[in-house]
Unconditional design. Sequence first.
Length: 159
Amino acid sequence: MFSCSAAETRFYSVDPALLLSGLLTPEGLCPPGWTWYEGRCYLFVDSAKDWADAEKYCNLFGGNLASYHSEDDYNFIRHLIYRAAHSDRQSWVGGNDAVQDCTWFWSDGSNFDYTNWGRGEPDNRGGNQKCMDINKNGMDFVNDVDCSRLNPFVCSMKA
């Protein structure tokens, strides 16, 4: 086990000019295999888990299932999935209404301010669709679905 005293602790800052010069890339701020975008690191995990287990997996890295807040964010996540899976795989993201029906939240606590729901969604079919997936049937929209479904997923954490 390693420990250090307060006297040994050092803090560093990154000069933004280094990022602009190309000497230090934003990708270098993320763990290997993760992709940097807008101050966050993202990882597509091609392992089928239910929504809760996918969220727990992301928590192991200090993150959550991914949230998105604009069309650009949404398209980035779709593109990340496509690049990794070579298809528009139906995948978990962090939206859920498990606390109260029809009141959606992101698991990372951020504002639920952009969705891109499919037509007629969310519909809570059967009364148990409380979790959000992206790329329903390979299509360009999100859907509410039963949280016990097994899907790959996208994790996100601060860079």
